[in-house]
Design a protein around this ligand. Sequence first.
Ligand code: SF4
Length: 406
Amino acid sequence: MDLLEKLEILSDAAKYDVSCSSSGSSRRNKGGLGNGHKAGICHSWSEDGRCISLLKILMTNRCAYNCDYCCNRRSNDVPRASFTPEEVVKLTMEFYRRNYIEGLFLSSGIDPSIDETTDRMLKVAKLLRGEGFHGYIHMKVIPGSDPKLVEELGHYIDRASVNIELPSTRSLELLAPQKTRKAIMAPMAQITDRLMNTTASYRGKKETFIPAGQTTQMIIGASGESDRDILTLGQALYQRQGLKRVYYSAYVPINQSALLPKLDQPPLLREHRIYQGDFLLRFYHFQAEEILTDQDPFFDLDLDPKAKWAMDHLDLFPMEINQASYEELLRIPGLGPRYARRILYARRSAHLSLDSLKSLNISLKRAKHFITAKGKRAPGAFFDPEAIKRDLIGGPAGIKQLSFLP
Ligand code: SF4
């Protein structure tokens, strides 16, 4: 099989992995090729909206495991291929030179064993750096990898991810019985621990260890967990493991299995709502338990999570924008961190009126129902909850809500 045929198979096999965005690396070119600090790996968007980098590939799609939800599982009858480390390096360097990519995202099936696979991936990273490649490298760390290999790999790559895969141990046992939560958490915790203690020198040089940090990916909708379960797990991963990002991937129904749900298409709106909830955790000072409760554990598909929270707490509104704290301003639908900072800054010199907000270029389209300025309500603000909700949805259910917060 020639290299292009392999590329076709192994880039297609990698398309369901969504944890491919890059940021945060500050390593710079010192006379070689490329720059790890440049904004993001080159990526494109697939038909179903997923981010796919041009050189996002698997080392191999042969796999000893048989996870129910995976297109590469052992029992699937699909074309199989494997790259050698030298072939991955050749492709990466050639694509980079032609300006097709800004880096490499490399994952793999397990063939023949976890450590042999990780060792081949390590070889790719070493060869690339040895050839003077300073571009971005993101690699998957396979759960169960020898900690010594993980440690060594960490000195060559910019970002690592260990996929959590499913939101509970029970689902893992059911759909990926060869994987264990313990094996997944071990390299994740090793990397977290190492990142927190990366000060010593390595081989006499200033040490770098996975400078862009680690991420993970969770499949949404292949198992029965609620949105609350998923968001609570995401929150724990940010707080306890210090992850840079948790990626959520709507389950794509490609395999036949009695253990999998019968879906016509991936639950993309649900995935979108979970991402919005994740934004609330990371940028809006919310806790998962505030956004979703035991009684109401799923996101509203009509209203975005922040608007839903506000509608459930109408007793806290309207908020006087001259008195609200930064955290309170962030809770007002339609106001994000940028607007909240603008308001705080402008408030230092004067009390703000509705006209002042206008001159600050702050849109009140959504916020108007939830604020007062110098005690005055904005024109067009409603008091009736149903009218507010209708205005927030702004059209056929969920359509206008397919945007990001605020
Ligand atoms: S180990 Fe990874 S590649 Fe192999 S079947 Fe499971 S999810 Fe797929």
